[in-house]
Design a binder for this molecule. Structure first.
Ligand SMILES: [Zn+2]
Length: 178
């Protein structure tokens, strides 16, 4: 589909909330300037609330898919509410179907063109991810204080990043030596 803008992964969105390094949670979309820094160039600032809505829906569905209970970042959306919210934004995408057949000697060409704002594209990318084969490798990082989701690689990756693995190892060491 030609939407003219690079696709965004749902992890670009869910990763906008993360451990702040001091025991709390940082939100890159908490301010307009943070949102505009994160969003693709030219994004209207009034889409911020909608993008945050999509993030709530996606994080709730990721929590559901992984069994994580994360009341710090994703309070109070049931699976049904999260699906309704995601589908509300996914439904903003408009697709035009066009069949071209310029030369009888060649096969006809199907052209799909679409228009979608940022929340709609994020909602679609999350819907595609959740309905695709990578969902089975979706993991919630179990490191202390981490709120990230990631796709497990083909090894036995447990944590989203090396820094999380190190923090978890330090926490285990600390617990053992108390
Ligand atoms: Zn992590």
């Amino acid at each position: 589909m030609e939407t003219g803008i690079a696709e965004l992964s749902p992890f670009d969105l869910t990763g906008t909330v993360h451990h702040d390094g001091h025991g709390g949670v940082a939100d890159e979309l908490a301010t307009i300037s943070g949102f505009l820094t994160w969003a693709p160039p030219g994004t209207a600032e009034d889409l911020r609330d909608d993008v945050i809505d999509v993030r709530r829906a996606v994080r709730a569905l990721f929590a559901y898919a992984t069994g994580r209970e994360d009341s710090r970042t994703d309070p109070g959306l049931s699976r049904e509410e999260a699906l309704a919210l995601l589908n509300h934004y996914a439904g903003r995408e408009r697709v035009t179907v066009r069949l071209d057949w310029p030369d009888p000697g060649t096969p006809p060409l199907l052209r799909l063109t679409g228009t979608a704002d940022l929340p709609a594209r994020l909602a679609r990318s999350a819907a595609e991810f959740l309905s695709g084969p990578l969902r089975e490798r979706l993991r919630a990082c179990p490191a202390p204080r981490c709120v990230r989701y990631f796709v497990q690689d083909h090894g036995r990756q447990t944590y989203c990043k090396t820094s999380c693995a190190n923090r978890a190892r330090a926490a285990r060491h600390y617990a053992r030596n108390r």
